[in-house]
Write a protein that binds this ligand. Structure first.
Ligand code: BGC
Length: 247
């Protein structure tokens, strides 16, 4: 089945048509700048543009950077607070005239990795962490997702919120080298290890591509791998999620 997968981020809204059987993109990826301010209506408008670009009439899956409970946005750490309480399944379906299913962006990336990437066939507990503007998490046990874990907002023993201390945005903002940022990230990983005892941790998002530059700073027992998908995981996972929801 083909589904339009979309990854909604703070700076760009990216989409592509996905073959859900293979996890491959069957179109070019198309990116539109996230409107500023990124109000629900403005984002819905960009989604409608994407749909027009692909001349799309089928189902859509969207990864969105917030906790999404049955289509309802519950949090807004790095997006417009106006989203809180918005039913984006409804808003985006009406704006595009297509059946649109939304989920947390890290959950979407995790679903793609569990199906076709580093998590495929992995039993036990897998934690995927996306390292970008925020720290997104997706937690699986025997391949089943526990949705909306917001573990980037955990407070570390140093009293700081993990996302403010060890995200890629924190690295850029404080102009940290990969080694000093890697030591910070290791503190976060070690907290995750102590709390969840995962069998595997997969790193996704922009910074995961630089894993070589900070992997020497990672000193936890759990196996840590960088994601197999580079920047397509969110798109592919969102499409797989929508497939599971299509009636
Ligand atoms: C949000 C999460 C999201 C993550 C990555 C965090 O700030 O709270 O919902 O998954 O950023 O975008």
């Amino acid at each position: 089945m083909q589904i339009l997968g979309v990854d909604i981020g703070g700076s760009g809204i990216k989409g592509a048509i996905v073959d859900t059987l293979t996890g491959q993109l069957v179109s070019e990826r198309h990116r539109i700048e996230t409107p500023q301010p990124a109000t629900p209506e403005a984002v819905a408008g960009v989604l409608a543009q994407l749909v027009l670009h692909f001349n799309w009439t089928g189902p859509i899956g969207c990864g969105f950077p917030a906790a999404i409970q049955h289509g309802m946005v519950r949090t807004a750490a790095n997006i417009s607070k106006a989203f809180i309480g918005t039913n984006i399944d409804k808003l985006f379906s009406e704006a595009t005239n297509c059946e649109c299913h939304n989920l947390n962006d890290a959950d979407a990336a995790g679903i793609a990795e569990m199906h076709f990437g580093e998590g495929a066939g992995q039993v036990g507990v897998v934690l995927l962490i996306t390292i970008g503007t925020g720290l997104g998490t997706a937690l699986f046990t025997d391949g089943n997702l526990l949705p909306n874990t917001e573990l980037g907002h955990l407070y570390l023993e140093n009293g700081l919120e993990a996302e403010r201390y060890a995200s890629d945005a924190a690295r850029k903002l404080q102009d940290l080298g990969w080694k000093s940022w890697g030591s910070r990230f290791n503190i976060y990983l070690s907290a995750m290890e102590k709390l969840f005892w995962p069998d595997l941790i997969i790193l996704g998002g922009g910074a995961s591509k630089k894993f070589d530059k900070f992997k020497e700073q990672i000193a936890i027992k759990t196996t840590v791998k960088s994601a197999a998908f580079l920047n397509q995981a969110g798109i592919v996972g969102a499409a797989l999620y929508a497939k599971s929801k299509v009636v």
